[in-house]
Design a protein around this ligand. Structure first.
Ligand code: AMP
Length: 356
């Protein structure tokens, strides 16, 4: 294990709020961050030492960036993989590229979970319109049609009810290769958030209970209710097996549905995750700090709860315009991502409250 001393440069692929919070955590430990992102208005670059604004497949810019870094990580799982192979000799990359390969493809991710003894919703690949008829005949409705690639926050998804006209659903996902998933009847949603160090040590944060609205995370609360805690060990064991199989380094998040038959794996994010934002104030060591510690080969920090109960609410769209009211409660920890104009469905910030 190679320890990168403070003062070293951490490269981050992606320039959104996750990169911003990673960069703040890195700065606190004395590191410099270099953001690489295609968008000039990168909210991560605003708080970082260096910024390269270039496309993800611009090999010359990527190589220059990689040579300026002592380690590289990413805050966005849809970074194209092929260019990363080309820069892999310039600086170590954590988490591994294999994790991106799996997480970028909803089918590969579910197969990977099943291969490690996880349970998923029934699913079928839908590569063309006739395959959609076959898939729904096979798995039934209700079902959800999701694009295999590039979907997030409920985007690229269409919910199918019994008797629906399937043409409109196929149009809704822009006729792209999809996965059709059986609709899971769940009591709760939760995520397992773990960090794995370069020596293989794994630490878990308290399991948050997640509530989604319109496919977007609205709130996370820890500790979770008993119905989730009863399923935590099985879910954690699966996430740990998957992390070990990938020789993973950094923070890994796996999302689950709690059902009467146990935890159903939904998806994994090979990065820090929105359902872990509460850890900034609500855990002894945040997901952002432990990700930096892991990729730099430092000892991992304690992931225990810092309060009796912690709740995090996302500020979506215009909800962030309410910042003055939120600040008038002095126990709120307000985070605004500096994105400027709010748009419906856009994650603008979050607010965390600790209960002692
Ligand atoms: P995803 O993009 O897969 O995280 O889906 C976003 C949200 O849609 C999830 O957090 C769930 O609330 C809901 N959802 C996704 N897939 C399913 C499913 N197969 N059954 C029931 N709800 C689902």
């Amino acid at each position: 294990m190679k320890t990168l001393p403070p003062g070293s440069t951490i490269g981050i692929l992606g320039g959104g709020q996750l990169g911003r919070m990673l960069s703040v955590a890195a700065a606190q430990l004395g590191y410099r961050c270099h953001i690489y992102a295609p968008n000039a208005n990168s909210v991560a670059a605003e708080v970082s030492a260096q910024f390269t604004c270039a496309q993800d497949d611009d090999i010359a810019s990527l190589t220059r960036f990689a040579k300026s870094c002592d380690v590289i990580t990413f805050e966005f799982e849809n970074v194209p993989v092929e260019p990363l192979h080309q820069i892999s000799s310039c600086a170590p990359l954590h988490p591994p590229i294999a994790a991106l390969d799996i997480a970028q493809n909803r089918i590969a991710e579910k197969v990977f979970a099943r291969d490690h003894d996880g349970t998923t919703a029934p699913f079928a690949e839908v590569s063309d319109r006739p395959a959609l008829d076959r898939a729904i005949a096979d798995i039934g409705a209700p079902a959800i049609l999701k694009t295999i690639r590039m979907g997030y926050d409920g985007k690229g998804q269409s919910r199918i009810q019994p008797g629906d006209d399937l043409d409109s659903h196929w149009q809704a996902v822009a006729q792209q290769p999809c996965i059709a998933e059986g609709f899971v009847t769940f009591s709760h949603e939760f995520s397992v958030i773990l960090v794995r160090g370069q020596d293989g040590e794994i630490r878990f944060w308290n399991t948050p209970h997640n509530v989604h609205e319109d496919g977007i995370l609205a709130a996370s609360t820890a500790p979770a209710p008993v119905a989730i805690l009863d399923q935590q060990d099985t879910a954690r064991a699966l996430a740990a097996r998957m992390a070990e199989a990938m020789n993973y380094v950094g923070v890994l998040t796996c999302e689950f549905f709690a059902t009467k038959d146990g935890p159903i794996f939904n998806e994994m994010a090979p990065r820090v995750h929105n359902s872990g934002h509460w850890t900034i104030e609500g855990a002894i060591t945040s997901q952002f700090e432990n990700h930096i510690r892991a990729i730099c080969g430092l000892p991992l920090g304690d992931a225990g709860l810092a309060a009796k109960k912690v709740e995090m609410h996302n500020l979506i769209g215009a909800q962030a315009d309410n910042w003055e009211t939120l600040l008038s409660d002095g126990t709120n920890h307000l985070h605004l991502y500096g994105k400027g104009i709010s748009r419906p469905g856009r994650k603008m910030g979050h607010v965390t409250k600790l209960h002692f």
